[in-house]
Design a binder for this molecule. Sequence first.
Ligand code: SAM
Length: 298
Amino acid sequence: MNRLSDKSRLSKSVATATNGQGQLVVTSTPIGNLGDLSPRARSILETAGMIACEDTRHTGLMLHRLGITHGKLIAYHDHSSPGVADGIIKAIAEGTTVALVSDAGTPLLSDPGYKLVDACLERDLRVVAIPGPSALLAALVTAGLPTDRFFFAGFLPQQKSRRQRELASLAGLDATLVFYESPRRLLACLADMDTLLPFRDIAVARELTKQHEETRRGTAQSLIAHFEINPPKGEIVVMAGPCRQKAEPEPAELAAMVAAEMDKGASRRDAVRHVAKATGVPRSRIYDISLHAPAQDK
Ligand code: SAM
């Protein structure tokens, strides 16, 4: 069915209907291009009873640039004193719409907000999102790496040994890995990826949605060579595609695969050819293994 013609699924309303109930509205804001603010985000920022933000000066400036004049900004982050969160929760419980924003992009993604959302849900208070810009998804969809399975790992630890441990712990994941990174640490991060994430295509997305936006792909070494000559500036997302070299199946597994093909009526030669194609293991090796495998119980 054409979803756009299915009116029950779509709403043109910019306002978030609440029947007078208070709510926390997790609101995404631009990551560089003010034109990316959605009409719903604008509407909620114009009408919310309170805007909880990381830094009132930063968000005040953004609102000014967006032409939104709003009185009630309140600083909130995950380590704010309990009194701050309590004040926000009390206001929502009393019927206020509170917009939660971060300095840029989508709150909670390497940004504050998780504890507040959790606390609201614990008290059965309404939480909704106004989705929109996020460096995570903008980087992922422009990198040309597989997107069917991806793992967002946020910022890597700054300390070398901890960063290397973290990369080593992710090396076995069969997915595209996405990291936020600072330009100062990019070269060190790529060097660690070169040793700890072998056989993965690497991409670096920089300054997304801004004037000097660029996405660059290659091996970790080719990217190191580029960024040594062109020192990276601005905001950066680093991605590592899935490992191109899969681990070889155990001999018993290869023998079982050949046996399964032969049970279906294939000759040993055809079965070996089929398994070699599926696994990338050389035919001679599979042939050898299948000949010497113990007979399987039926
Ligand atoms: N919550 C935000 C989001 O949804 O995009 C991310 C906040 S995190 C504190 C900031 C990091 O996001 C930056 O250090 C950078 O790694 C990445 N980032 C933010 N804006 C970006 C942009 N325009 N281009 C590339 N990376 C960006």
